[in-house]
Design a protein around this ligand. Sequence first.
Ligand code: PLP
Length: 440
Amino acid sequence: MSRVFHRHTREELPSAAKGEGCYIVDTDGKRYLDASGGAAVSCLGHSHPAVQTAIREQLEQISFAHTGFFSNPPMEALADILIDQAPEGLERVYFVSGGSEAMEAAVKMARQYFLEIGQKQRTKLIARRQSYHGNTLGALSLGGNMWRREPFQPILLENAHHIAPCYAYRDKRHDESEEAYGLRAANELEKKILELGSDTVAAFACEPVVGATAGALPAVPGYLKRIREICDQYGVLLIFDEVMCGMGRTGHLFACAEDGVSPDLLCIAKGLGAGYQPIGALLVAGKIFNAIQQGSGFFQHGHTYMGHPLACAAALAVQKVIRDENLLENVQRRGAELRAALEERFGNHHFVGDIRGRGLFIGIELVADRASKQPFDPKLALHNKIKKKAMQEGLICYPGGGTIDGQQGNHILLAPPFIIDETHIAEIVDKLGRVLDSVF
Ligand code: PLP
């Protein structure tokens, strides 16, 4: 009997023994094609020799030195490589250990920024429904997945407010262009800011491409640009959560670069260390760093393992591999191929409503009725059935749901490693076909 408090307390899970490129092998020798990188994490696949070597070499130098006392070489080098490629205006990197920590740090940094510049009345936060920003209390308060929020609602932040997501498949009217819909959706932010009192709002947070709660849902062209304009007009900081969609997943190192929009604070995690070590980061606009440096001089927040040398060495190696092997090109090319193969196989499937995404970040939205886009009854727990069946088939995909008009929507998220080739694509489509055939 396992003594581990697993997240699923009633399920017995296979035990992962080994990683081999795009595959995980369990202790019984069964092979699983990792078509979602777990939850969009393992972007280089498993057991990459360059990353293994980097971790070993760092371990021989030093494995821990508290950041209250020391900087360290891999942390400095990783900050350089990130800032050299970052969207305009982002000048500093604050390291943490994961995505929720990055979001917590973003919210607290936004608050402290306004204290530093003498706008202490800015206390309110706005985010979107159908979003996920992490499981810690601050990040969960921003998130819009009702199922995740519900048990903890009484202890969430009361100053977090929500607007609609940019969800063209569901919310764009038939007589509306994508651009017109994008403006209409973004203008909800302006309405909310005015309703709350424009000088009381500190920050707005969103995922440029929504991951776990909507299934690789990109904003329509122009939406994020209008969001940026509104934030600038009312002095609200813009936080992009690229924990899942960032670090090359969409075919560009930063997803927001495709929209030509820079945030004030940008959160990254999963693909940063590709699962070789736990690491996340917050990229910070120069104006925020300067306000804190020239004000109190100290960001009143921190974690013991921030800037961990082994984590930074691993992430540095991951980022060098992506750059040196031109993997973002592979993400774009294989992403288009995978998307086309999915369209061909499932485009007319009775229960497939939409296939969408960018790069190797692809979502398949499942609906009970294609014409009305009616979600499945949540009691069916479809995502659990899909996950189980996929595991039996030797396929790791990431089925999930968000709340659509109070009902749980369903999708399957695919986020395979950047190194996949055509044989992996064929295997994903083939196995997924068997999963869907058996579930419905
Ligand atoms: N933000 C987004 C967009 C995510 O997808 C996730 C995790 O799935 C998080 C934040 C939280 O990251 P972590 O699980 O590393 O705390």
